[in-house]
Design a protein around this ligand. Sequence first.
Ligand code: SF4
Length: 129
Amino acid sequence: MKTVEMTCIVCPIGCDLKVTLDDEGKFVSVKGNRCPKGEIYARDEVTDPKRVLTSSVKVIGGQMPLVSVKTDKTIPKRLIKDAMSIIKSKEVKAPISLGDVIVEDILNTGANVVATRSVGSPQNKDNSK
Ligand code: SF4
């Protein structure tokens, strides 16, 4: 058995977790979490850690050359490099609205890449916030 210490990043409280693993590195138990989400986070972190991916995508014909994007749920960290390759190769035409899906179900994770702001066309300046 061994114990791993980590901080839960699911919410701003940031509980200090003590995770017990067996000799094969498998999750046994967690202490220090104030809610069940902390146990889910700790299990994921020692087996298949996940993160929300944030980036930006090229915009064609917009008031700005890029639009900021993020995944609408966490994806496995091991897929982030491949997800970034897809996002880097993507181009979208303006106008773009906050929440528009830019890449649907990226890498079959069930997560969509969505715009986190609007980008208007040059003739539509009010749509840039
Ligand atoms: S264990 Fe619960 S309360 Fe603590 S940081 Fe994680 S989500 Fe927040």
